[in-house]
Design a protein around this ligand. Structure first.
Ligand code: COA
Length: 260
């Protein structure tokens, strides 16, 4: 696949997607949103890809937001369509059926923060700054940010960040659960590769079921979510990989999963 605003590398079951507009701090223009959608759709169907890493080009930014030059003159109906297009991309990433790890290597603002939040996990460089600054532009987040942030960090902190538009440091983001880990910038790529390799060695069937249980369960009342979990636990437990995993543990050897 050829892209103008993305780099894509695949090796050893791990795809690395890099948003590549460093002169605009990797801001998401419409063309980049369309390319990300095409890229993630292809990665979803590619069985050789087990885990995806997502990052931004350059030293300064993961993604500094939606491209503000495309936001100045939108009518309400155009803006709503724009938001729905962005939300479809975030939903695609969130529900990819395989882990997507955001490597937040700098500013993750607005649509960039929303993109990171749609990922399965977030590893951040110490220098990263995250936030939803849309109110400073007379806007509100439109790519699912008000919803995902509240689910990740709770209503009070989400309302604080959305209303003030303040950026938070990587450490504060870690403290509130907005990112999973913080590492020195020069160690971020390696930390991402290690986490991705550890996940790639697991059964894809198991990972897919676990992602469904958490993701779909969160859309339900707890009792419904537990019902879903029990049913997916049944699918997992009856799999060849569960037999292999348990037998390998009892035999004191490493399991060899077949994704079945
Ligand atoms: N959309 C479009 N262009 C953007 C952008 C965005 N979201 N964020 C940065 N850029 C562009 C700048 O316009 C500038 O382009 P230029 O060199 O052609 O003038 C370039 O990227 C570098 O950004 P600059 O502002 O000069 O860098 P900085 O280090 O001084 O500031 C930020 C960095 C992230 C604080 C600042 O760029 C910023 O506030 N960006 C907008 C963040 C935002 O509001 N995002 C939500 C959008 S809904």
């Amino acid at each position: 696949m050829e892209f103008t605003n993305l780099l894509l590398e695949c090796a050893e079951g791990i795809a690395t997607v890099t948003v590549n507009r460093p002169d605009k701090l990797n801001a998401l223009n419409r063309a980049t949103v369309a390319e990300l959608s095409a890229c993630f759709s292809a990665l979803a169907g590619d069985e050789t890809v087990r885990v995806v890493l997502l990052t931004g080009a350059g030293e300064k930014a993961f993604v500094a937001g939606a491209d503000i030059s495309e936001l100045a003159d939108l009518r309400a109906d155009q803006a709503e369509r724009y938001a729905l297009d962005g939300q479809r991309l975030m939903d695609l990433i969130e529900n990819l059926g395989k882990p997507v790890i955001a490597l937040v290597n700098g500013f993750a603002l607005g649509g960039g923060c929303e993109l990171a939040m749609a990922c399965t996990m977030r590893l951040a460089a110490e220098s990263a700054r995250l936030g939803l600054p849309e109110t400073g532009l007379g806007l509100i987040p439109g790519f699912g940010g008000t919803q995902r942030l509240a689910r990740l960090v709770g209503r009070g902190r989400a309302q604080e960040l959305v209303l003030t538009g303040d950026m938070v440091s990587a450490d504060r983001a870690l403290g509130m659960g907005l990112v999973n880990r913080v590492v020195p910038g020069e160690e971020l790529a390696q930390a991402g590769r290690e986490m991705a390799s550890a996940l790639a060695a697991k059964s894809m069937l198991t990972l897919r079921l676990a992602l469904r249980s958490v993701g779909e369960g969160l859309q339900m009342a707890q009792s419904g979510g537990c019902g879903l979990e029990a049913s997916l636990f049944g699918v997992a437990a009856a799999s060849q990989d569960a037999r292999e995993g348990c037998t390998a543990f009892l035999g004191k050897r490493k399991p060899e999963f077949k994704d079945r």
